[in-house]
Ligand binder design. Structure first.
Ligand SMILES: Cc1cc2nc3c(=O)[nH]c(=O)nc-3n(C[C@H](O)[C@H](O)[C@H](O)COP(=O)(O)O)c2cc1C
Length: 333
């Protein structure tokens, strides 16, 4: 089945599936594999230590695929913020034409990129934030439902409602559905809700090309939809993680005493430990992002196998639905 949606047209891709920017996972190998399979692969800027390394990673991705790919820039509050203008300049200099932005106050970054003709996909967990991003110049919204891995926001609105609200509220602005998607059934559901495609994180993390330890992928295959935990709500930075002994500790600190300070939980939720999990495969060692969609993930395919399967399932869903409508018409006659 050939897809022709506002997303495939806007990005020049064949299948309306985007691989979200995944910290410590979204390197050239994964992004290129997704783009080669007809979707949009994305590399993560802040996974690189500095703008120069991002340049190298962009060049590496380009050497692995001739298809479009993007770069994710995530703007989170930090005591020592990364060199955002430097990362953005590297993206522009290297001729990347699609950027996924996420997080707080993306205005300056969006402005700098738009001036260079870059298409902006901005992630939002509320309609209010989506509208604000459109005002700032975002071209496409990635509407992240509460099911999603990572930063779920503070409103807890799941994908079904959030994407339907996006259809009602965002006018002509295109949006993709994110959070809880893993297969062709989800893709067709998203298109039915008015989305122009889907974004997947946890599903792509569990593919052959994702450059992380096999134990992490096996843990995702083994887990079901109950095995995520929400941490850091007290600090309005709610994050959905794979449930393990470290998320349990974080929740214990967070929920004991009204005066729990971030400094108490910081060593438990440290990004360094989370990265070590992905590198070395001890899944209890730190906190790491995963979504409820783990319940739908039962294998570790290549990106090409996964995308082919998604297209095949989507085709099946479409013909099944048209049969339903035809049957309903016949039974009325
Ligand atoms: C390991 C991992 C790392 C992630 N890192 C980022 C990130 O750095 N920036 C970002 O915008 N989103 C990040 N996300 C969120 C994904 O891009 C995507 O929005 C989310 O996974 C969608 O939900 P799903 O996992 O149900 O598909 C991450 C997700 C995972 C699983």
């Amino acid at each position: 089945m050939a897809f022709d949606t506002a997303l495939t047209r806007a990005l020049g891709i064949q299948v309306p599936v985007v691989q979200g920017g995944l910290q410590w996972v979204a390197y050239a190998e994964l992004a290129a594999a997704v783009s080669n399979a007809g979707g949009l692969g994305i590399i993560n800027a802040l996974t690189q230590p500095d703008p120069e390394h991002l340049r190298q990673e962009i060049r590496k991705t380009r050497s692995l695929t001739q298809n479009p790919f993007g770069v994710n820039i995530t703007l989170l509050p930090a005591l020592n913020p990364p060199d955002y203008p430097g990362f953005v300049q590297a993206i522009i200099d290297e001729g990347v034409k699609i950027v996924e932005t996420a997080g707080n106050s993306p205005g300056p970054v969006i402005q700098q990129l738009k001036a260079a003709g870059v298409v902006i996909i901005h992630k939002a967990t509320t309609i209010r934030h989506a509208k604000a991003a459109i005002k700032l110049g975002a071209d496409i919204l990635s509407i992240d439902g509460f099911e999603c891995a990572g930063h779920v926001g503070e409103s807890d609105i799941a994908s079904l409602i959030l994407n339907s609200r996006a259809r009602q509220e965002l006018g002509d602005t295109r949006f993709i559905a994110s959070g809880g998607f893993a297969d062709g059934h989800g893709l067709m559901a998203a298109l039915s809700l008015g989305a122009a495609g889907i974004n997947m994180g946890t599903r792509f993390m569990c593919t052959v090309e994702a450059p992380i330890h096999l134990n992490v992928k096996l843990a995702i295959v083994k887990a079901d939809e109950h095995q995520t935990s929400l941490i850091l709500r007290r600090w309005k930075n709610t994050s959905r993680m794979y449930s393990n002994q470290m998320t349990a500790k974080a929740i214990e600190v967070e929920s004991t005493g009204a005066n729990a300070e971030f400094i108490e939980v910081a060593p438990i939720v440290s990004g360094v430990r989370g990265r070590e999990v992905l590198l070395h495969g001890n899944i209890q060692h730190g906190v790491w992002y995963a979504g409820q969609v783990m319940g739908l993930i039962h294998d570790i395919p290549t990106c090409a196998e996964l995308m082919e399967r998604i297209v095949k399932e989507a085709t099946g869903v479409l013909s099944g639905l048209s049969q339903c409508v035809m049957k309903a018409r016949r039974s009325r006659l």
